[in-house]
Design a protein around this ligand. Sequence first.
Ligand SMILES: [Zn+2]
Length: 164
Amino acid sequence: MTIKTCKQCGRTKGLRQFDRHPQCKQGRRPECSVCRKAYLARTIAVRREQWRGYRRKAKERDWAGYVLSSVRTSAVRRGLSFALTRLDLPDPLPEKCPVLGIPLVYGMNSRENRFASPSLDRINSALGYIPGNVVVVSWRANSLKKDATPTELRALADYYAETP
Ligand SMILES: [Zn+2]
């Protein structure tokens, strides 16, 4: 028998259009490759959504823990040193951005309030995430500063302040 009927879509197809599986009848999965691919894609999407939900809740419940774990992951990826613990974060966490004075919104941030999202910024960009080199500032302040030095930031401010 070189044909099989898919349990999912009901179509009868050639055996080769079913993924191999030693424990299944005819050594192939009961659903065709097309249906299986669609099923896996759906499963991955559901898991990804579950994972996002889990991260969202973790962020709301414990921002410090959340930010340390996500910054550690990105630091490793970028080859930056990471040696922070909760003790290296301000306690309590600041309610306002120390740079811009805007209220910080802990937890999940929408597109609208992403500027108010707190972020962990390295004071000296040449150094990694090490004790004494991080501050909690708004995402807005962090993104404006990027890797600029105080001298560069002053020059930037002076230039735009003087340009009509
Ligand atoms: Zn099918």
